[in-house]
Design a protein around this ligand. Structure first.
Ligand code: SAM
Ligand code: SF4
Length: 418
């Protein structure tokens, strides 16, 4: 039996799809990448923005159309939108066989196996994926209730997963060939399992022999402590990249977003990170058009983008989400204005990114070779930039390479082994 997983949304969803796929594989199911080869299609959804849900609806429309010609194919919807809308999805898309919400992630595989009449007695066996980079969820849910965000409603309360189990899973990944681990949570800084906090978890993971790199996301500026900054500066396995969502640089808007920090505090963190971590790359999320965002609030955010010079920015247009505190506010920034502010920030941020990568041409970067496809190595710098290496071989996979950067494009670098 063949399964296809389509994933919409963040790295947490990618991680959960990856995990779901590995469980299904232990039950003898095979992963495919096209609808026409699939016996079952699983759509892992996101509710964070209005557009993400529209994307899921449009995918379901196409899958339903496909099902008319192939009535035996099964359709499953999982993730945040499944949690939020539940059986309403089945009412709208009659051909959906199963809806399993994000809070039931642990039993999703069993429900799918049951749907496909596969012998559920077979035990989940050891994960044998051999990817060089593996993702692992270290905490679920979120307690922060930023006023715009639907995550606490669809993912539930914040729970940190057992530290010992996380370390064991990481060791297993490394045994199976992983060289880099990405730790995932909505706010990794508040990880706490018994007496293990996030920094001590990183220290434990860094002792795994054969593991070369550790990354993590997402960090919340209100909880980023000196201990983490210091471990980033001193532990060689921890990559010099941090994703630190700013959202806005206007204190009025940050307060209305319930982010619990000021722009001045955010700036202090940036300076601290840059002072102690060599070549640190700082990326961010920004929301434009939050209710009440005036032209001058927006100008403050634009100025911050110019001053801070992020390594990369994800810029979003605010969309009201159900149940959130902000959804009770008047969504008073017109759509055209949101689009225009979005384009202005993106243009500035892209200009800065181009300048940053252009300055890397001629430098030698240490990269980790993650994939080998069409005779090209796809690798990543410690700061998280993608590098395509033209003269590598399959034997370089999983190795650190020193690469001379010859060419730079906004989202990727190109080079040769030094
Ligand atoms: N937990 C992370 C944090 O605190 O930054 C990120 C969670 S969220 C999945 C990813 C990003 O989506 C947020 O940082 C925010 O910029 C954006 N986002 C969340 N809700 C949004 C909304 N209602 N409208 C537009 N963007 C939104
Ligand atoms: Fe959403 Fe805020 Fe939690 Fe991030 S920290 S998931 S933005 S509520």
């Amino acid at each position: 039996m063949n399964y296809l997983i389509e994933t919409i949304g963040c790295q947490m969803n990618v991680c959960e799809s990856d995990w779901l796929g590995s469980v299904l594989s232990t039950y003898g199911m095979s992963k495919v990448s096209s609808l026409s080869d699939a016996d079952i299609v699983i759509l892992n959804t996101c509710s964070v923005r209005y557009q993400a849900e529209q994307k899921a609806f449009s995918y379901l429309g196409r899958a339903e159309e496909f099902r008319r010609q192939n009535p035996e194919i099964k359709i499953v919807v999982t993730g945040c939108m499944a949690e939020r809308l539940g059986l309403k999805i089945k009412q709208r898309f009659k051909s959906v066989d199963l809806v399993v919400g994000a809070k039931d992630i642990d039993i999703t595989a069993l429900k799918i196996i049951d749907l496909c009449n596969i012998d559920a007695e077979k035990q989940e066996e050891l994960d044998t994926h051999s990817d060089i980079v593996r993702y692992i969820t270290i905490m679920r849910g979120c307690d922060n209730y930023c006023s715009y965000c639907v995550v606490p409603f669809v993912r539930g309360r914040e729970t940190s997963l057992d530290a010992e189990i996380i370390v064991k899973k990481c060791s297993l990944f490394v045994k199976n060939g992983a060289k880099e681990i990405m730790l995932l949570g909505q706010n990794v800084n508040s990880y706490q399992y018994n007496d293990v906090n996030f920094t001590s978890l990183i220290k434990k993971i860094s002792t795994i022999n054969g593991l070369e790199r550790i990354r993590f996301m997402t960090n919340h500026p209100k909880d980023l402590g000196d201990d983490l900054v210091s471990v980033m500066a001193t532990e060689p396995k921890v990559c010099s990249h941090i994703h630190l969502p700013m959202q806005s640089a206007s204190n009025k808007i940050l307060k209305a977003m319930d982010r619990k920090y000021t722009y001045e505090h955010y700036l202090e963190l940036i300076n601290k990170l840059r002072n102690v971590i060599t070549d640190v790359s700082i990326t961010t999320d920004i929301i434009v058009g939050f209710p009440g965002e005036t032209e001058s609030d927006f100008e403050e955010t634009l100025k911050a983008v110019k001053d801070i010079r992020f390594g990369g920015s994800y810029v979003f247009r605010y969309s009201p989400r159900p149940n959130t505190k902000a959804s009770e506010l008047v969504d008073d920034v017109p759509l055209e204005e949101k689009k225009s502010r979005h384009a202005i920030i993106l243009k500035e941020s892209n200009k800065i990114s181009v300048e940053i990568v252009a300055a890397m041409v001629g430098s030698v970067q240490q990269v980790l070779a993650e994939r080998f496809e069409n005779s090209v190595i796809e690798a990543r710098t410690r700061g998280g930039r993608k590098v395509f290496v033209k003269d590598g071989t399959g034997k370089d996979l999983g190795k650190h390479l020193n690469v001379v950067i010859k060419e730079a494009k906004i989202n990727s670098l190109f080079g040769n082994i030094a």
